[in-house]
Design a protein around this ligand. Structure first.
Ligand code: FES
Length: 235
């Protein structure tokens, strides 16, 4: 098969011919690096869809290299909306920044027994592997790098929904600016998640919960001339 890979040293696509079939893209790149071109640079670790380090775009769609099986004619590029370090490797420092901005962690657990069905409600959101595919696909983050974005908002929903969480109100307050109301609900983040997480759905749930807590969509307030008054947030 022939595949093209975006190289960073000259900004051009480079074609490689390999005699491999029915293997993962990561295996193809390993073959290229060891047999054809040792300068090709890409990231991987677990080789089993767990660490999230091998996300790239193939033909414009985010995939994990260790899971995707390439076909002839595929075009491989680094994920978008992140600084390219070299070839297919991007700077993943933004992952930590988003978690920080969205307060996407537990503030401390209340001593509370958790029912099995309550754990099930937050199980999927806990499965994020931080591959940043959803940020690559997000059109809002593409134009607003301060947008907290899909995976951090999914994590916030996970903690807001956790009965052991001590300070759900602070979490909700942290996502009012550059957060839940800035999402276009386009759903681009959903099909690219290798873990089957649906950030759009989680953001919609956060909006509903925020409205119940007394927050309002600032865009709606603007649309009505700022005349809507739902009172102060209640927690
Ligand atoms: Fe870890 Fe692909 S190498 S997810």
């Amino acid at each position: 098969m022939t595949i093209s890979i975006q190289r960073s040293h000259n900004g051009a696509l480079q074609s490689y011919n390999v005699e491999l079939e029915n293997v993962t893209l990561l295996s193809v790149l390993n073959h290229i690096k060891t047999k054809i071109d040792p300068t090709l640079t890409y990231a991987h670790s677990c080789r089993s869809g767990v660490c999230g380090s091998c996300a790239v775009r193939v033909n414009g769609r985010e995939v994990l290299m260790c899971e995707y099986k390439p076909k002839s004619g595929d075009c491989v590029e680094p994920i978008r909306n992140a600084r390219v370090v070299r070839d297919l490797v991007v700077d993943s420092g933004h992952v930590e920044r988003f978690n920080r901005t969205g307060s996407a962690w537990s503030e401390g657990s209340r001593e509370e027994s958790v029912k099995a069905e309550e754990m099930e409600r937050i199980e999927t959101q806990s499965d994020c592997i931080l591959c940043a595919s959803c940020y690559s696909a997000c059109p809002v983050y593409a134009v607003n790098p301060d947008f907290i974005g899909p995976f951090a908002l999914t994590r916030v929903w996970r903690y807001v929904n956790d009965p052991r969480e001590q300070d759900a109100s602070a979490k909700m307050a942290a996502v009012q600016t550059n957060g839940i109301w800035d999402c276009m609900l386009c759903g681009e983040c959903v099909p690219v998640c290798p873990q089957g997480i649906a950030p759009k759905q989680d953001i919609t749930m956060l909006r509903t919960k925020a409205s119940v807590m007394g927050y309002q969509d600032p865009n709606a307030a603007t649309a009505f001339g700022g005349g809507l008054d739902f009172g102060s947030p209640v927690f």
